[in-house]
Design a protein around this ligand. Structure first.
Ligand code: PLP
Length: 380
């Protein structure tokens, strides 16, 4: 049964237009529901957006979720039992769980106050001979200091896994996200700026690594990928290592392809909404509205920091005005399952987690919806 959307302004509103619905129908009519030609086309489209330079030999493998992408990337890095992985505590739980799924331990590092991204200056003191990887995550309208992370990675010979779940379609120093580190992951989950309903992708260097990933996403089956990309499969194959059912299905790839064809419009509309939030909210004294390099990013969120311990009261007030808000995120070290993990000083993280508030941000957000959000804050 169709359910009508309520009158409130939701935090997220997926952009599902006729083109996504037609693409989904076409992919179903093809009759090959698993991984097939649409996944190949989706990977090609992602590769085009990332615009890899030939000499770096980077390639993309699409998978079922961002979490699956993180898990496989960590396994590719060789993260296993007894290892440590440095990650901001201010991160998505998928990162912590992917680390634990490899049998390793997250080590929590603080974030920078101005970007809420990993504080690279605090990484070095947490590195030990158990450190197998550093996870950095671009948050919202901000990108990490990827140059500094590259330098640390080189100095200690520790690979960086770039969680770019928020920054697909963004640019760092003029280069598309996906080109900065040894490993990058994307998420195309239901609320991301570009969605596949659920989906993810991993960027790695070298055809050999890609072949491994292609098997690992298919419970380890070493099927010839070209056969699957022709909507067919082999019945005999080998299994050489651990694998998972993490592949992407045609239906999801078809929706993702339709979304990518609108990337420019989606990105510019979200940039415009973020600029408007900044312009309208930055003069309010009891909150902080961030100003990023709006023209360089494909924003997933727009957050504000609510000062003086009033965040939850503001949320209630906005809810009464018909405006939903979100919290991205609670800190990792405060979860029961991760409370004993090693950490450095988390001074900024501790401060931020009680202030942070995600405002509604949609692709092609209507002026009316944005006005309602701004009014609901201004009347607090
Ligand atoms: C920063 C970050 N990393 C990883 C993920 C996990 O991606 P997915 O939901 O596709 O599994 C998310 C999802 O919201 C995220 O925001």
């Amino acid at each position: 049964m169709k359910k009508k959307q309520g009158p409130q302004v939701p935090v997220f509103k997926p952009l599902i237009e006729k083109s996504e619905i037609s693409a989904a129908v076409e992919s179903l009519e093809l009759g090959w529901l698993g991984m097939g030609s649409y996944v190949k086309d989706f990977e090609t489209a992602l590769t085009r957006v990332c615009d890899f330079s030939l000499e770096e030999n980077r390639h993309i493998v699409a998978v079922s979720t961002g979490h699956a992408a993180l898990h496989l990337a960590l396994l590719m890095i060789g993260v296993s039992s007894g290892d440590e992985v440095i990650t901001p505590s201010f991160n998505n739980a998928a990162d912590f769980q992917a680390i634990r799924a490899c049998g390793a331990e997250p080590v929590f590092v603080d974030i920078k106050e101005d970007t809420l991204c990993i504080d690279v200056d605090k990484v070095e003191e947490l590195i030990t001979n158990k450190t197998k990887c550093i996870v950095c995550m671009d948050y919202d309208i901000f990108l990490c200091d990827h140059n500094a992370l590259q330098a640390i990675s080189k100095k200690y010979n520790i690979p960086v896994l770039h969680d770019a779940a928020h920054s697909f379609g963004s640019y760092y120093n003029g280069r598309p996200i996906g080109n900065q580190h040894e490993y990058t992951m994307f998420s195309f989950d239901p609320v991301k700026a570009i969605t596949c309903i659920d989906g993810g992708a991993i960027v790695v260097k070298g055809m050999e690594n890609i072949k491994r990933l292609q098997a690992m996403r298919l419970i380890g089956m070493t099927q010839p990928v070209e056969q699957m990309y022709n909507n067919s499969r082999a019945w005999t194959y080998d299994i050489e290592e651990l694998g998972f059912r993490y592949h992407m299905a045609n239906l999801h790839a078809a929706i993702g392809l339709s979304q990518i064809s609108k990337l420019d419009k989606i990105r510019s509309s979200r940039q415009a909404s973020c600029k408007k939030y900044y312009e309208e909210l930055s003069s309010i004294t009891w909150l902080e509205a961030p100003k990023g390099d709006f023209d360089e990013v494909n924003p997933f969120l727009y957050y504000i920091r609510v000062l003086d311990g009033r965040r939850d009261k503001l949320r209630e007030h906005m809810k009464l005005q018909g405006v939903d808000t979100g919290i991205h995120w609670q800190a990792g070290h405060n979860f029961t399952y991760f409370k004993d993990c090693r950490r450095g000083s988390l001074f900024v993280t501790e401060k931020i987690v009680d202030q942070i508030l995600s405002l509604p941000l949609h692709s092609y957000m209507s002026d009316e919806d944005q006005f309602r959000v701004i009014q609901s804050i201004a009347t607090f």
